[in-house]
Design a protein around this ligand. Structure first.
Ligand code: SF4
Length: 369
């Protein structure tokens, strides 16, 4: 389990090693075909800031070699905002006095039809809060069965499950699981997640092992940028990704770097990452891991997404609603976070094509399951 592996590393030591990187370390990393974790730390370090252009060129080269000039499209489907956790940065926090919605099978089906009217999406990310009693595995299984006839590729972003539960859901059409560790800083993790199941650091951390053991086709990882030192956090995630690749080599992986946006709780980020730093991080991940999918959500602005789509990203969401029932427009409560890129899927697709890239709505068929 990664909870054993992580004990080999110290947060403070990694932070210090990143800060000690010099231009020569960056140049050394850029000259290599295969980078190790020390190279990765050099590429995300402040010393790499003046090297953004060569990093972008290398990132684009590796991305085109591995994926072609292609962007895969996906859309999130929020089916409940009910949550028993208390994450201090989230609009769905149990303490927030908002109307809670758990969509019925009929309402979920209406959402599917509304998405189909919106654009030819086939990659759906089903999102919930964490409420094991009222929206647990049985509910997820029923939801997958309702959604399955409408779309070919189903992923979930839900509470961490047991291995046998992930396996059970793969039998109902589940292809991928996205889970953000939020932060790898064990002590600070408890400050952001004070109560509820999510407060158990190891349960979340080892969830990726359980996904791999269950044979989930694709695992999505991420840290929430805005909590702790982002350079240290993404380095731990790179170590985690390396570990998972070694142990669950049949699985595909994706990464995402969500920057914190305003929420009902008015939590202000502790750390602010600039656009240039997010670009640097994206390039560093691509140079470090040529095969990983890099996903960029509508949290980011249109202009940034247009640029990053040709420089390292491989997957974009579009037209996203982050409130349950948002596509069919049930009376609404609250979005989990504010969307920044408000273009329609057609507008996003057109912008991608204008840049000479192909838009892919479908990259998986049910028949492969
Ligand atoms: S981040 Fe997830 S688990 Fe935490 S309060 Fe929000 S919906 Fe619940």
């Amino acid at each position: 389990m990664f909870s054993d592996e992580i004990t080999k590393y110290s947060w403070d030591d990694i932070t210090a090693r990143i800060a000690a990187k010099r231009p020569v370390d960056v140049e050394n990393a850029l000259s290599k075909q295969v980078c190790d974790i020390e190279d990765f730390m050099a590429l995300i370090s402040p010393a790499a800031a003046p090297y953004l252009e060569p990093m972008a060129a290398l990132s684009r080269k590796y991305t085109q070699e591995r994926f072609g000039k292609v962007i895969s499209m996906y859309i999130p489907l929020y089916i409940t905002n009910s949550c028993t956790n208390f994450c201090v940065y989230c609009g769905f926090n149990h303490n927030n006095p908002i109307a809670r919605v758990i969509l019925t099978p009929e309402e979920i089906e209406n959402e599917c039809k509304a998405i189909r009217r919106l654009a030819p999406f086939e990659n759906i990310l089903i999102v919930t809060g964490e409420n094991p009693r009222d929206a647990g595995v049985d509910y997820l299984e029923r939801a997958l069965r309702v959604i399955r006839p409408y779309f070919n590729n189903l992923s979930i972003e839900v509470m961490p499950l047991k291995s046998e539960e992930y396996y059970r859901l793969t039998k109902s059409g589940l292809n991928g699981v996205v889970c953000f560790q939020e932060t790898y800083h064990r002590e600070r993790y408890k400050v952001y997640h004070p109560k509820g199941m999510k407060s158990i650091f190891e349960w979340r951390l080892n969830g990726y092992d359980r996904m791999g053991q269950a044979g989930v086709h694709k695992i999505g990882m991420g840290v929430l940028i805005g909590l702790e030192d982002w350079r240290t956090d993404v380095t731990f995630m790179a170590l985690h990704l390396q570990y998972l690749r070694k142990h669950y080599w049949r699985t595909r992986y994706s990464v995402n770097f969500p920057r914190m946006r305003p929420s009902e709780g008015h939590f202000q980020p502790n750390v602010v990452m600039s656009d240039r730093e997010l670009a640097q991080l994206t390039f560093a991940y691509r140079i470090f891991d040529h095969d990983v999918d890099i996903s960029v959500s509508t949290r980011e602005a249109a202009n940034f997404r247009n640029h990053i789509a040709t420089l390292g990203a491989t997957s974009l969401s579009a037209g996203s609603k982050t409130d349950p029932g948002g596509y069919y427009t049930y009376p609404q409560a609250l979005e989990q976070f504010a969307v920044s890129d408000e273009r329609t899927p057609a507008e996003v697709a057109e912008a991608i094509r204008t840049m000479g890239y192909e838009v892919v709505w479908k990259d998986w068929d049910k028949i492969f399951d």
